[in-house]
Ligand binder design. Structure first.
Ligand code: SF4
Length: 215
């Protein structure tokens, strides 16, 4: 029996899906590219990430082995379009070190690990916070975990689904306690919320024309 919050979340999901259609996330050729994109997308637009990914692909560095072999300085130069490139080069290098040392350099083995212990280990990698870790877990490794970002916070606080000072975990729990643990649902729902945030639920909300007007 769905809770009243669960019912409301479903209605929001159905409305967004009917308005925007499937979002086909995550746009990438393979799971490793998703991980790289999840790190590069911190504090920048997806357009800039695409340029950085293109540079890595053209130089054939977009693979675990490629990112292991490249120097941090060379890497920073290639991912420059994504902004904060020195920090992001360090983060990518940190992830790759973790990937080889702790996961045997094997994505299949990594995705076979238990969700929450793996999440804890990912959060131990410098530069990987909850949103990046959860994006990797959901979109690259297909684990049932809900990704929270600024757009999610705005939607939930503006519609009184969470308190204004709700933490990342409180927002994530609100979704996960009230929806089935369904990878496809979590994948699509987060992508739809991002679309909503780009088009309507901005810093200044455009409620008049928003599909969620009336909720
Ligand atoms: S823009 Fe307005 S109606 Fe739309 S989700 Fe944001 S607060 Fe709700």
């Amino acid at each position: 029996m769905p809770t009243s919050t669960g019912k409301k979340l479903r209605e929001i999901y159905d409305n967004l899906y009917a308005s925007f259609g499937p979002q086909h996330w995550w746009p990438a050729d393979d799971s490793f590219e998703v991980i790289v994109g999840a790190i590069l997308t911190q504090n920048t637009s997806w357009k800039n990430v695409e340029k950085a990914i293109r540079n890595l692909k053209e130089r054939k560095f977009l693979s675990p082995q490629g990112l292991k072999s490249i120097t941090e300085t060379e890497l920073a130069a290639l991912i420059r379009p994504s902004g904060y490139y020195n920090q992001k080069a360090k983060k990518l290098k940190g992830f790759v070190k973790f990937f080889f040392n702790d996961c045997g350099g094997d994505l299949k083995a990594m995705s076979a690990e238990e969700l929450y212990p793996l999440r804890e280990r990912l959060l131990g990698v410098k530069g990987i916070g909850p949103e990046t870790a959860d994006s990797i877990l959901l979109y690259a490794l297909e684990k049932p975990i809900f990704v929270v970002d600024t757009y999610t916070y705005r939607l939930c606080s503006r519609h009184n689904l969470v308190a204004e000072d709700a933490s990342y975990e409180q927002i994530q729990n609100m979704f996960m306690d009230n929806l089935p643990a369904d990878v496809q649902l979590f994948n699509e729902f987060h992508a739809l919320i991002v679309r909503l945030g780009h088009l309507y639920c901005r810093r200044t909300p455009g409620c008049d024309t928003c599909p969620l007007k009336g909720f």
